[in-house]
Write a protein that binds this ligand. Structure first.
Ligand SMILES: NC(=O)C1=CN([C@@H]2O[C@H](COP(=O)(O)OP(=O)(O)OC[C@H]3O[C@@H](n4cnc5c(N)ncnc54)[C@H](OP(=O)(O)O)[C@@H]3O)[C@@H](O)[C@H]2O)[C@@H](O)CC1
Ligand SMILES: Nc1ncnc2c1ncn2[C@@H]1O[C@H](COP(=O)(O)OP(=O)(O)OP(=O)(O)O)[C@@H](O)[C@H]1O
Ligand SMILES: [Mg+2]
Length: 327
């Protein structure tokens, strides 16, 4: 792959540490609970309980005040048992649980689910949609409605994992929404490019392709995960290549989605106070990517081959502290 730092001025390595310093929320005794961030993860089903937990707990470990999880009824007790810190709402339903019900009853259940999320919606600084969500059609239909409501309320949405499966098949959900951030891995990116640009991924022109994709979806921000993370909102493209870890254990993308949610909330709260004047969604992606990579590197130094996602989560605080000391 061409070295993107040598490209014609359109893409270059982000000054990630400065971005983190610029946007990280200051610890100030005059602030009240919630001002450092209220994040909600929409995910967690019968198969996957780890992914929403990783995203939600990472948000807290970085410095958010409150982290909610909206998941299916069977996933909730499991996720609650991982941590008393998370606020877990057992509200989502999968088809197997409502089989045999009439269409009218199904519609009634969807409306109740939506009303439950709506009670909280305006309080959230960011939603993370998709970690461990699964692909049940009934559940995804409800989540589409939740996303439409988030959009009406101008709540930023980070979309990962199965949320990307949903969005790839219903691109209108995010199209033209500047507060949407997509965080695809290699596979998820390939599917998006095929669907939206009707072509195959070509490593040689990676930043240009990413920029076209973000533009084509109406200025959403995309963080393309890989050996280097590439970030574009359709206007600019940045890379984060800080060395992370050679371990590719599952769940690191989930940490990233929670981290991006927190940093983008902080970047939005700073508003025009950031000197870089960059889109807050791009700043959030740069900081989230850099922090995950630093934490992965720190965890690997200690745990080597046995490094797991939970070890990386334990290193998030120290990694941020090295760059932005708390006091
Ligand atoms: N503990 C938990 O609860 C976790 C739950 N998770 C949740 O799982 C759900 C599905 O997410 P996903 O990432 O497994 O689905 P998808 O992208 O279709 O990949 C499937 C297959 O694609 C391949 N593949 C992957 N990367 C590749 C690469 N770089 N280059 C080449 N191939 C690559 C690889 O195929 P294989 O090598 O096995 O043939 C892989 O098995 C989603 O909800 C997510 O949040 C995860 O977050 C993990 C922790
Ligand atoms: N080859 C690589 N070298 C270094 N870092 C990588 C590599 N691939 C991915 N990463 C980093 O790991 C993080 C997670 O990316 P990954 O592609 O594993 O996401 P994912 O497949 O969605 O993970 P998850 O298992 O949580 O679903 C990203 O920040 C990415 O930069
Ligand atoms: Mg993933």
């Amino acid at each position: 792959m061409q070295d993107i730092r040598s490209m014609s001025g359109t893409t270059f390595e982000a000054d990630a540490e400065n971005v983190m310093r610029e946007i990280t929320s200051v610890l100030d005794p005059s602030k009240h609970k919630g001002q450092a961030g209220k994040i909600a993860v929409i995910g967690g089903c019968r198969e996957y309980t780890g992914a929403p937990y990783f995203a939600a707990i990472s948000a807290l470990k970085i410095g958010a005040d409150l982290s909610h999880v909206f998941c299916t009824k069977d996933a909730a007790p499991v996720i609650k048992s991982y941590s008393p810190e998370l606020i877990v709402h057992p509200i989502l339903e999968e088809s197997y649980n409502i089989s045999g019900l009439e269409d009218e009853e199904r519609r009634c259940i969807s409306s109740k689910i939506l009303a439950e999320v709506d009670k909280w919606m305006e309080r959230f600084d960011c939603l993370v949609v998709g970690p461990g969500l699964g692909r049940d059609p009934y559940l995804l239909e409800c989540v589409s409605e939740i996303m439409k409501h988030a959009r009406q309320s101008n709540v930023p949405i980070v979309i990962d994992g199965d949320g990307l499966f949903l969005v790839t098949n219903s691109i209108a959900l995010v199209s033209g929404y500047p507060l949407a951030v997509l965080t695809p891995n290699v596979n998820e990116y390939k599917r998006l490019v095929q669907k939206v640009l009707n072509c195959e991924v070509n490593d040689r022109d990676a930043p240009e392709l990413l920029q076209s994709l973000a533009k084509q979806i109406g200025g959403v921000t995309i963080l393309q995960k890989g050996k280097s993370d590439l970030i574009s909102d359709g206007e600019i493209a940045k890379s984060v290549s800080i060395y992370g870890s050679p371990r590719r254990c599952g769940g690191q993308g989930d940490i990233l989605s929670g981290s991006v949610a927190v940093f983008l909330s902080w970047a939005r709260a700073k508003g025009k106070a950031t000197t870089s004047q960059m889109n807050p969604t791009v700043l959030g992606c740069i900081a989230g990517s850099a922090l995950l990579r630093k934490a992965a590197s720190l965890a690997f130094k200690d745990k080597k081959r046995s490094t797991l996602t939970t070890d990386i989560i334990e290193c998030l605080g120290r990694s941020l502290e090295d760059i932005c000391p708390a006091c």
